[in-house]
Design a protein. Structure first.
Length: 277
């Protein structure tokens, strides 16, 4: 429709479209999380086919990062959320916020098939729910934000809107984080997404691939689902302190994100020094 649309307008229109889709889908009767998680990708497709002609070109699809595997990003994508979840889980247990209690089954299946079940769930989530989010947030939108705002501010904007996007479904349909007061859950998710954005975004940009981002997203979600199934809260505060969007997790991601910002800072200094000389 608009062959000369600027990156700034693309960023603004995508933000409006993805938030409107979030509200619309949250209002649908019996909406499930899979459908809702696909709205960022749907917003990207609307941008590519309705507002621009990118969807009709190979270059437009290549820009999403689907064509590269990004193997060098797999290890950090897998181990960073795993380590952070372990730290948060251990601290919560040592402080008495949670009690470890293994259920007789996991997800209705015996523990003997747990490794196979987890592997299948991991692969399916990488290819569906996580990819449904990441193709929109980091595949399509983040590179545009970087061109408009620069890397540091792009991560901040990406995290804020990603967190805010959770608001409609948390307010209208208690699919997850039902144990938290909705407004506090939204606030914690926004802060958590801001802290997470530099890590997941950096993997996307450094590898030019969406797959490490989808793997990190899946590892984060799946690890916490498993840990929550193995624990019983011992305090009403535990869901705010030690959950996947709790204060301990946010603090850990913030520390890890500081390394990304420090690398950007050093790169900026090096560029300025080279320019001067």
């Amino acid at each position: 429709m608009f062959t000369q649309i600027t990156d700034q307008m693309k960023a603004i229109i995508f933000t409006i479209v993805v938030l409107l889709l979030a509200v619309v889908f949250a209002l649908l009767p019996n909406v499930n999380s899979l459908v809702y998680m696909l709205t960022p990708t749907l917003a990207a497709l609307i941008m590519m086919f309705v507002f621009t002609r990118d969807g009709f070109s190979r270059a437009g699809w290549a820009a999403l990062g689907l064509h590269r595997w990004g193997f060098r990003g797999y290890m950090p994508a897998f181990f960073i959320p795993l380590i952070i979840a372990f730290i948060s889980f251990t601290l919560a247990w040592s402080c008495g916020l949670i009690k470890i209690q293994l259920p007789e089954q996991y997800g209705g299946a015996p523990w003997a098939v747990f490794p196979i079940l987890i592997l299948l769930t991991f692969v399916i989530n990488v290819l569906t729910t996580s990819l449904g989010e990441e193709l929109g947030w980091r595949g399509y939108w983040l590179p545009i934000l970087v061109r408009v705002l620069g890397e540091r501010r792009a991560y901040a904007a990406n995290g804020i809107i990603h967190g805010l996007w959770h608001a409609p479904i948390l307010l209208m349909t208690p699919i997850y984080h039902a144990e938290q007061q909705p407004l506090l859950a939204i606030l914690l998710l926004i802060v958590n997404c801001i802290a997470l954005a530099p890590l997941i975004g950096s993997l996307r940009l450094r590898t030019n691939s969406i797959w490490p981002a989808s793997i990190l997203h899946t590892t984060h979600n799946l690890t916490w689902n498993v840990l929550m199934s193995m624990t019983i809260p011992q305090s009403a505060l535990s869901s705010y302190i030690s959950a996947e969007n709790g204060l301990i997790t946010v603090a850990c991601y913030t520390i890890a994100a500081s390394a990304v910002y420090y690398r950007i800072y050093k790169k900026t200094l090096f560029t300025q020094d080279t320019t001067v000389h």
